[in-house]
Write a protein that binds this ligand. Structure first.
Ligand SMILES: [Zn+2]
Length: 251
């Protein structure tokens, strides 16, 4: 193939990849409104309109235009911005900071204490979770449904941890979903976490055995309420569940 044709082909591949990424990104962005109707009024290709009247810019792939587009669409620079790539790469921090609170004290103002499976464990396990998007109520539904499982399941569910905890993901620069009061870890004794296996087997993550001890019945109860299971991630964490309704709309 001559050089010009080769360059043309590369260009076409580049453009078609960008179009695919853009389409996927647009679908993912539209899903945010469906997933969080209480918080988000509308999503266009340039911004997210929140129900409190603020407007968050969606950055384009051409950084040179971003400032101009932000100005043209009256975006609030104080609420940060997000890109299609962020959504596709699951880097939601500015979005979650806007939704659940930008600081530990802002998040705390929306937290309530619920008791985890109180008919089984009494008041032994208080969990602090957010009321935003009905997360606390949904966790109570989950807790009630889990109580109806046979007793043999309870050992996976006792001693839960890490409901509200403002912290970065181990070894990473971004905040864990526990920082926003939307995540819960069930009994760590039965958990498999990629980092522990990585340190133990000294192999790339793709070659780890991905063991799991958490029964699928438990996972399904969480998923029915919009909680995503960490066991489905590439970087798996099988005790972890977080409220992420948009991830069930990816199709
Ligand atoms: Zn966790």
């Amino acid at each position: 193939m001559d050089k010009i044709k080769y360059r043309c082909l590369l260009f076409v591949i580049f453009i078609s990849n960008s179009v695919v990424a853009q389409t996927d990104g647009d679908t993912a962005l539209q899903n945010l409104q469906k997933a969080y109707p209480d918080a988000i009024k509308a999503v266009t290709s340039h911004y997210i309109d929140w129900r409190d009247g603020t407007r968050m810019q969606i950055r384009s792939s051409f950084p040179v235009f971003n400032r101009l587009m932000g100005w043209l669409h009256h975006a609030d620079s104080s609420v940060g911005s997000i890109s299609r790539r962020d959504i596709l790469d699951d880097s939601y921090e500015p979005f979650f900071r806007k939704m659940y609170g930008n600081t530990p004290s802002a998040v705390k103002r929306k937290l309530v204490t619920i008791y985890w499976m109180p008919h089984v464990f009494g008041n032994r396990y208080p969990l602090r979770v957010t009321t935003i998007n009905g997360v606390a109520k949904k966790l109570q539904h989950i807790s009630a449904a889990l109580e109806k499982l046979p007793r043999s399941y309870y050992r996976y569910l006792n001693n839960p941890g890490g409901s509200f905890y403002w912290r970065k993901v181990a070894g990473q620069g971004y905040l864990s979903s526990h920082s926003f009061g939307i995540a819960v870890d069930i009994n760590s004794q039965y958990s498999n976490y990629w980092l522990w296996d990585y340190q133990r087997y000294k192999r790339p993550v793709s070659q780890l055995p991905r063991p799991n001890h958490i029964p699928i019945e438990i996972v399904r109860i969480f998923e029915k309420e919009g909680f995503f299971w960490g066991g489905r991630w590439y970087f798996y964490d099988t005790m972890h569940f977080e409220y992420r309704p948009e991830l069930f709309m990816m199709g």
